[in-house]
Design a protein around this ligand. Structure first.
Ligand code: ADP
Ligand code: TYD
Length: 209
């Protein structure tokens, strides 16, 4: 991975406010004069957006758990090669709405215990972590209500229900525990209050590099 720039991911359960916060953060950093690349997963590059459609639409049993991990990882590899890597090489601040922690949590937890396979494939094919990960933590009922209100054709994962969202929230918090890459932020407040907190963490990080 080329040096330069800063690599920031936003993570959290569905409806936690990641996309909203990614956009607000990009706007605030651009106003402050930083060159910013705002992107998302699954997707972010043309090829990965095609894979996004394959994994998020259609029958919930469309793919086996193992095939699903391969598809998410293939999408991430393309995203990294074509969008994230080049933006970092240009010295940009890359903000991605989800990255590998989503695979660790969703594929590691929701489809049986496949955490070991996720980690090995990550090491083999991706091999990089964000410099800073903002985990937007939210009560699953609130997240689910927001995600359902938004609705759309990409319902495969949001149909998983409150019990699964609770397990995924716990899995995200457990990844963050004791890992200095993470900042955990309370997402159960107004978008503006959350955004101020996110920006403070990011500016503190950018000051240090
Ligand atoms: P995610 O990307 O984590 O799924 P979104 O940013 O798309 O979350 O937010 C889900 C829905 O909740 C959207 O309709 C959005 O407008 C709304 N929303 C986002 N942040 C907040 C907030 N802090 N308070 C209330 N509603 C919010
Ligand atoms: P996203 O568009 O971020 O959904 P939302 O805005 O509702 O949070 O992601 C779509 C779904 O893809 C989401 O339910 C999580 C899932 N996902 C995985 O299962 N594994 C992954 O590696 C990624 C990146 C996403």
């Amino acid at each position: 991975m080329p040096q330069g720039g800063a690599f920031i991911s936003l993570e959290g359960i569905d409806g936690s406010g990641k996309s909203t916060q990614a956009r607000l953060l990009a706007d605030a950093l651009r106003r402050a004069g930083f060159p910013v690349a705002l992107t998302r997963e699954p997707g972010g590059s043309p090829g990965a957006e095609e894979i996004r459609r394959l994994v998020l639409e259609g029958d919930p049993d469309r793919w086996s758990a193992e095939t699903e991990i391969l598809l998410f990882t293939a999408a991430r590899r393309d995203h990294l090669e074509r969008i994230i890597g080049p933006a970092l090489a240009r010295g940009e601040v890359v903000i991605t709405d989800r990255f590998a922690d989503s695979t660790r949590v969703y594929q590691g937890v929701t489809r049986g215990d496949l955490g070991g396979m996720v980690d090995r494939l990550h090491d083999l094919m991706i091999g990089v972590e964000p410099d800073l990960t903002i985990l937007i933590d939210i009560d699953p009922q609130t997240g689910l209500a927001r995600a359902v209100a938004r609705k759309g054709t990409e319902q495969r994962f949001e149909d998983m229900g409150a019990e699964m969202q609770t397990r995924m929230r716990a899995a995200f918090l457990s990844l963050a525990q004791g890992n200095p890459r993470f900042a955990v932020i309370d997402g159960g407040r107004s978008a503006e209050a959350v955004a101020a907190d996110v920006l403070a963490h990011v500016l503190a990080h950018l000051d240090r590099i």
